[in-house]
Design a protein around this ligand. Sequence first.
Ligand SMILES: NC(=O)c1ccc[n+]([C@@H]2O[C@H](COP(=O)([O-])OP(=O)(O)OC[C@H]3O[C@@H](n4cnc5c(N)ncnc54)[C@H](O)[C@@H]3O)[C@@H](O)[C@H]2O)c1
Length: 342
Amino acid sequence: MPYSQFYKDKTILVTGGAGAIGRNLVEKLARLRAGKIIILDNLSSSCIWNIPDYQNVLFFNGDIRDENDLKRVFHHRPTVVFHLAAFFANQNSVDYPLVSEDVNSRGMLKLLEYCVISGNIERFVYTNTEGGAYGSDCTMPYREEETSLRLGSPYYVSKMAGEAYCWFYHNHYSLPVSVVRLFNSYGPGEVPGQYRNVIPNFIWWAMKGQPLPLTGNKTISRDFVFVNDIVEGILRSGFFPEATGTPINIATGQETFIYELAELINLKTSNPAGTRILQQRKWDTREKIIGNNEKCRRILQFAPAAMLDTGLDLTIAWFHKNRENIDRNAAFFPGLNPALDV
Ligand SMILES: NC(=O)c1ccc[n+]([C@@H]2O[C@H](COP(=O)([O-])OP(=O)(O)OC[C@H]3O[C@@H](n4cnc5c(N)ncnc54)[C@H](O)[C@@H]3O)[C@@H](O)[C@H]2O)c1
């Protein structure tokens, strides 16, 4: 059976399904004709207008830490769980470390408990971040076998704890768990904001004619993966039996320098304002972040494409199409919901 038929007619839970990656995953699942796609999301870093509108998509405005909300979604008896809900991301977790821990570790633990108790889960997929496994002491490009405890932010620590809990539930309760370690995702669907990723924020500032801030020097580079490939990796890791019990990088293996990215975005948006240099963020200690994708090729039978030029065009087109909504929400700093600051 090809993987695209695997999800047909299934009941699937996507936590964080309103978020940047989650909304694209939900859209793909709807197109693959999943039976019922249940989103559990508290909208703390996402927007209701960004949720795909399909008949088989059910949205629950709730929290993975809340027993009643978990009961409500597990009442539908999902057989596949994609766990994407997270307190996002590094600077947010530096500012609010306790919330980061509460959502990304404790919230995840509750979800795993529900999966075991339901006795119905064919596959649980966890989206770790590369930074939740690889530190400044790891060899580049990062391979799955070499991990580190020198993690740069509370977000990374809490995400690594999530992966460690996955292995416990996999080993102890035989929960079929897959873990993907995602490298920098970008693409249509990510609303810019105070705590969001570099690409949506660069596009946002460039469209407003502002200089793009570079935190650090010209040697800083990252491995950018277009969101469709991120979704492809997540879906494939939920399907292949060999993808359980072992982490898999979703990376292109290609490096892009941030200053070149800024120049490209300024060119594509006709922004004459150029760039400005800011101080390097203290937690941001890794100059290069590049992933090895051999395991992804071998087990998931695909590799994310290096397609920054086309990927940026598609992302900028999405910004133009949704400009009114983005303008309205970006002003509210979507990465930060003060109500969570407890
Ligand atoms: N975007 C990236 O570059 C990247 C890279 C590596 C890993 N990841 C991981 O992928 C996943 C998705 O990332 P994203 O970019 O879509 O982030 P996102 O912030 O856009 O999406 C996360 C979603 O989780 C929701 N959420 C937060 N706390 C919640 C809670 N307590 N209960 C229910 N919902 C809650 C948010 O409202 C949001 O919609 C996350 O787990 C993230 O750690 C992302």
